[in-house]
Design a protein around this ligand. Structure first.
Ligand code: ZN
Length: 205
């Protein structure tokens, strides 16, 4: 059940992305509409039907509901540092797609991502990182994030975009449920990057 039955819910992958782009525009311009009124709680308690799923970074400056100007109940958000599709994230997304009917999955990278930066800096030996971090950062040490000179201008931005795009392929390879939904046309996967300074979310080509 929708939180607010008067809201027109995106009914296709492209409509879902269009609503996220529109919401991002409202956020950038300071015209956000999502005020999460107490009156909406009753409907939300009865069920959820989010129209899009997001893989976000754990970074405190990345909040999909705010950046895409969506109220509670509209986005199925999964988070991990580096916004990578780990096995647990993929399983969560399978629920979002197969059970909840999400029309789009958005892999949401962001500028100045510390996880991607760590993958570049420690690309030859992630074991120099403390605790459990090597197991996480190893998953971001992929050819396109580490083959460039980390000190070169724009190298981190390029690696962040590449890491987000890589996630699309990993989702397709890692989940038959997601791959089947994409092939059937009921789901699209988008990769993009949020610029922390402007707030703008731009799709990676
Ligand atoms: Zn990050």
């Amino acid at each position: 059940m929708a939180a607010d039955e008067s809201v027109v819910r995106p009914d296709s992958p492209d409509a879902a992305m269009a609503e996220l782009v529109a919401g991002n525009g409202r956020y950038i311009d300071g015209r956000s509409e999502s005020h999460n009124l107490p009156s909406a709680r009753g409907g939300l308690a009865a069920g959820q039907s989010p129209f899009a799923a997001i893989i976000r970074c754990a970074d405190s400056r990345v909040a999909p509901e705010i950046v895409f100007d969506q109220p509670l109940g509209e986005l199925f958000v999964c988070g991990v540092a580096g916004n990578i599709p780990t096995a647990e994230i993929i399983a969560s997304l399978e629920y979002g797609v197969a059970v909840l009917g999400c029309k789009a999955i958005v892999i949401m990278g962001h500028s100045a991502c510390g996880a991607v930066d760590a993958a570049m800096e420690h690309r030859h030996d992630t074991n120099a990182l403390p605790g459990n971090l090597p197991q996480l950062i190893d998953q971001i040490v992929i050819p396109c994030t580490v083959n460039a000179d980390p000190k070169a201008p724009g190298a981190l931005d390029a690696a962040i975009a590449c890491n987000a795009k890589e996630g699309v392929e990993r989702l397709m390879r890692g989940s038959q449920i997601i791959a089947d939904a994409v092939k059937a046309g009921s789901l699209k996967i988008f990769a993009g990057v949020q610029d922390l300074k402007t707030g703008r979310f731009s799709l990676v080509k």
